[in-house]
Design a protein around this ligand. Structure first.
Ligand code: ZN
Length: 440
């Protein structure tokens, strides 16, 4: 999509200055675009401003002005009464799968599909995510490095999709949440590239493998999971020594660490090990909240997907034990989310999309405000805070000079009713318009 204008510009430039030696020719000025709307949610200041005009050159924002003056030569995109926000960020997705693939037979999905199926379908999920206004995602867990190929295809411009930070296969203990053969016959073997690693040396080696193959972030399973076959939901699955090794090794290579942890003890062990974010955080206790604050650890509560799992997963043939675990954890997770908000913890936005359909990411905002956040806090969790966790402050998560031109717009006031973000009408990523239903 970007190729055509660039090629045209080069052709025009050459035609107009045929006598000039190519080496001395000035680079053609990037196309200048001005995006106008009625309001802008300023996530850094925590305020809303009226009559913004966002000036974009190439893939970056160069200026945000409020005098209504469209610079000479700029192409105007007028979004009328809409409210502009920075492109949204989801810090916990799995773009290589979607529950709609499982049509009543859970084991068909587990036993008859491969990563090639995942690779074929993942561009569709990436596009749905971008269309929903999520211009950056952190993909925390995919077998066979499908996530790395997906990220690279998007970065090359081969397919549309959000900016992706990816983990590759998540690390975890034998028999734990990262071990896909738990509960199967011992004679069944999967030949996928997964993240199962036990003991300090094997863990360090596994981290290095992920880094070698292009992971941006390291994900590991500190505790048991809900949607896998172990009996306990919360129990730690690595020793303190093993968790320390994951974090020490990842940080040495300059990679942040995301820990999957439901249980109170596993959450505290992960925080003590120095992880950058705790994912799920479901059963966090007071001591865990205190520790997270001391260490500056981001907490991510995926508080929406419980509704979807309880409504749909029994129909999909998931084991009854899984549904029972979800019932137990879901309610407690929302109560603990509320306690974390009250305690003033560092909170981000991660949904576990892939557990529920891609493109529904914004449904989590309404649950976050129902359980104690203001709409502004929920939006900040998915913008400035998320960018900070991802190490992308200055690039994404705000509408400001120097940032990527990642913008979304909605009709209605997201600071009054945050659920309007479920119906984003305009999406721009890096200066390219992905979709615009707000055309005037
Ligand atoms: Zn997940």
């Amino acid at each position: 999509m970007r190729l055509l204008p660039i090629v045209t510009a080069i052709a025009l430039g050459l035609g107009a200055s045929a006598a000039v030696v190519a080496d001395d020719a000035p680079a053609p000025a990037p196309t200048r675009v001005a995006v106008r709307a009625a309001h802008l949610v300023d996530v850094k200041a925590g305020t809303q401003r009226d009559n913004p005009l966002v000036i974009i050159e190439g893939d970056r924002i160069t200026e945000v002005r409020y005098d209504g003056q469209v610079p000479a030569g700029a192409r105007l995109i007028d979004l009328g009464d809409a409210t502009l926000l920075p492109g949204l960020i989801d810090c916990h997705v799995h773009l290589t799968g979607d529950p709609t693939e499982i049509k009543g037979d859970y084991y068909e999905a587990v036993l008859k599909r491969t990563s090639i199926d995942a690779a074929i379908l993942s561009p569709t999920y990436a596009k749905r995510t971008l269309d929903a206004g999520f211009t950056t995602v952190r993909n925390v867990g995919a077998d066979d490095y499908v996530d790395i190929s997906l990220r690279d295809a998007i970065n090359r411009g081969d397919i549309p999709g959000p900016r992706m930070l990816v983990s590759g296969p998540p690390l975890g203990a034998t028999g734990g949440h990262a071990d896909g053969t738990t509960g199967f016959s011992p004679w069944i073997e999967f030949h996928d590239v997964n993240g199962v690693a036990d003991g300090v040396d094997a863990i360090r080696h596994r981290v290095r493998e992920n880094v070698k193959h292009g992971a941006d972030v390291i994900k590991f399973m500190a505790s048991a999971g809900v949607l896998s076959a172990e009996t306990s939901v919360g129990a730690p699955q690595y020793s303190q020594e093993e968790m320390n090794a994951v974090v020490d090794e990842a940080h040495r290579w300059g990679k942040k660490v995301a820990a999957h942890a439901h249980g109170a003890e596993a959450i505290k062990m992960a925080i003590r090990a120095g992880v950058d974010s705790v994912e799920h955080s479901s059963l966090i206790d007071d001591e865990g909240l205190k520790l997270a604050k001391q260490h500056g650890t981001y907490l991510d509560f995926d508080v929406y997907n419980d509704d979807y799992i309880l409504a749909e997963y029994a129909k999909k043939g998931f084991p009854a034990s899984t549904i029972e675990k979800e019932k137990m954890v879901g309610r407690l997770q929302r109560e603990n989310f509320q306690r974390a908000v009250k305690a003033g913890e560092k909170m981000t936005f991660g949904t576990d999309a892939g557990v529920y359909p891609h493109g529904w990411n914004a449904k989590q905002f309404a649950i976050m405000t129902k359980w104690g956040m203001t709409p502004m806090q929920a939006i900040q969790a998915a913008t400035v805070n998320a960018a900070d966790l991802l190490g992308m402050t200055g690039k994404v998560g705000a509408v400001a000079p120097g940032y990527y031109a990642d913008l979304v717009a909605v009709n209605g006031d997201p600071l009054k009713d945050v659920s309007v973000l479920e119906h984003v009408g305009f999406v721009m990523k890096g200066g390219d318009v992905d979709r615009n239903d707000l055309k005037r």
